[in-house]
Design a binder for this molecule. Structure first.
Ligand code: FAD
Ligand code: SF4
Ligand code: SF4
Length: 463
């Protein structure tokens, strides 16, 4: 008999007052009892609408049935046939717009907590299972993967399982892409990403860090070394700025730089000498997940006042509802319908304030969202000593500029077909480098498709 509660079993969380003093994970995860209780809310629907909402088609009702029966390792085996990063997805997937948005329980009440259950199962597996060395026989064919974000890791994992010798080339000193340098520890502990990377290494994947393709080696040189195909999953890590006065003042960061200093270079810890501003008042410009992460990070670094400055209303914010909720609980102040016009500095060229203009919403624009329109003579200043720009990113042009035959869009994204094949034979691409800044699960879906296409390409070439 299904549990007909309208609400998900609540997720235990660190108290907001406590958590703004540390970088530990906010959501603490279900216990076994909580997981079983939530799993009994699933109706095991015959037509499985939730599965079609998942870009990697996790067999959701099947794994949830195993959780309900207390067979947690079996549940893990089901998830891991289609998803190689379940502990990550269970934490950061935009479930509310993917699998959970299709759940029939969401019609009246809250959907089944698919992401929470996936996280529970993955954590259970990590806590109980030994790392097993791969016994897949190598097929003698080599593939190179550029970038170790979710698209690259997924592509590498799938190819390794098919017997390919895979080398991942990563520019940073740590593998994981945005999962390690962007998304903060309090949302996604880095030890989890590290374990997922170790799992891949146990499959025989070689990860070469501090390796910038386009500088250390070019795409042509990779082919010359004997790799038969290349997957480019180098993301969209080039930050955008508004182009307003004052952006070169001391105390203005891109969100990428700010978060990288804290996440990857541990600026929050006294044990590391990474410099970061001792801010008292911070304005974060933007309304997406990146803006929420930067604002919540600034709070944890000790800023007394942290503002989200966003030019549309809260209804249009692209950030996940859960992140907005957490940010508000932590005391972040939302200054919606405000658009920065310039950043003001002290005589020593440090930030002292941000000048914004109030906005109102007009007719819908090309994106379908109502267009923000400035209200005349409504300029006002917000006193801050730090400004973090979180208004978007685009792909770094390095690989495109050092490789012949790669078509790109006017926004600098690589062009790839539905099989993730680029305009250059043998070169495949996927994730943010193709779509522009998107989501972890879409990047993983692209990595998966590319692995299948690369396998077919190499088989055909060697016939
Ligand atoms: P990336 O994760 O960007 O990885 C690309 C990798 O390639 C990087 O490690 C980079 O160093 C490496 N690289 C780049 N150029 C080279 C080169 N020339 N040579 C070698 N290596 C190179 N998505 C969600 O679904 N949920 C969230 O909650 C969420 N929060 C986010 C928070 C932040 C702060 C950010 C920045 C993004 C967030 N996203 C979120 C988006 C998500 O992380 C990305 O869409 C996803 O990581 C894209 O994966 P990818 O594999 O395409 O690239
Ligand atoms: Fe949902 Fe993401 Fe898991 Fe798919 S991978 S079932 S979208 S949480
Ligand atoms: Fe279970 Fe919801 Fe999927 Fe139905 S739609 S099988 S209730 S998770």
């Amino acid at each position: 008999m299904a549990n007909m509660s309208l609400n998900k079993v609540p997720m235990p969380e660190q108290d907001p007052g406590e958590r703004i003093t540390n970088f530990k994970e906010v959501a603490l995860g279900y216990t076994e009892e909580m997981a079983k209780e939530e799993a009994t809310r699933c109706l095991n629907c015959k037509n499985r609408p939730c599965v079609s909402g998942c870009p990697v088609n996790v067999r959701i009702p099947d794994f949830i049935a195993q959780v309900a029966a207390g067979n947690f390792e079996e549940a893990y085996q089901i998830i891991s046939t289609t998803n190689c990063l379940p502990a990550v997805c269970g934490r950061v997937c935009t479930q509310e717009s993917q699998c959970e948005s299709r759940c029939v329980r969401g019609v009246k009440g809250e959907s089944v907590g698919i992401g929470r259950l996936e996280r529970f199962v993955a954590d259970y597996h990590m806590a109980h299972a030994e790392t097993v060395q791969s016994n897949v026989a190598k097929n003698g064919h080599r593939v190179a993967v550029i970038g170790s974000g979710p698209s690259g890791l997924t592509c590498a994992g799938d190819l390794a399982r098919l017997g390919y010798e895979v080398t991942v080339f990563e520019a940073f000193h740590k593998a994981g892409g945005v999962l390690v340098y962007g998304i903060p520890e309090f949302r996604l502990p880095k030890s989890i990403v590290q374990k997922e990377v170790e799992n891949l290494e146990s499959l025989g994947v070689e990860v070469r860090t501090n390796f910038v393709i386009g500088k250390t080696l070019t795409v042509d040189e990779i082919f010359a070394e004997g790799y038969e195909a290349i997957f480019i999953g180098s993301g969209a890590g080039l930050p955008s700025f508004m182009g307003i006065e004052g952006e070169s003042l001391i105390g203005v960061y891109s969100a990428n730089e700010y978060l990288t200093r804290v996440n990857l270079m541990k600026a929050y810890s006294n044990k590391y000498d990474t410099p970061i501003r001792n801010s008292q008042a911070v304005a974060v410009v933007g309304g997406g997940n990146v803006a929420m992460d930067a604002a919540r990070t600034a709070k944890r670094l000790g800023a007394k006042k942290v503002y989200i400055v966003y030019r549309r209303s809260e209804d249009e914010m692209p950030a996940r509802a859960e992140e907005v909720h957490h940010a508000k609980e932590e005391g972040i102040e939302f200054m919606c319908l405000n658009n920065p016009v310039r950043i003001l500095g002290t005589e020593g060229s440090e930030v002292r304030a941000i000048e914004v203009v109030s906005m109102t919403l007009g007719e819908p624009d090309a994106s379908g969202r109502r267009k923000p329109v400035a209200i005349p003579d409504s300029n006002h200043e917000i006193e801050v000593d730090t400004v973090v720009m979180a208004i978007g990113t685009s792909p770094n042009p390095l690989i495109r500029n050092t490789t012949d035959g790669l078509d790109a869009t006017s926004r600098g994204c690589l062009v790839a077909d539905e099989k993730m094949a680029t305009s250059r034979p043998g070169v495949f691409a996927g994730g943010d480098i193709v779509t522009g800044a998107a989501t972890v699960i879409l990047a993983m879906g692209a990595g998966k498709t590319a692995a299948t296409s690369i396998d077919a390409y190499i088989k055909e070439k060697n016939q």
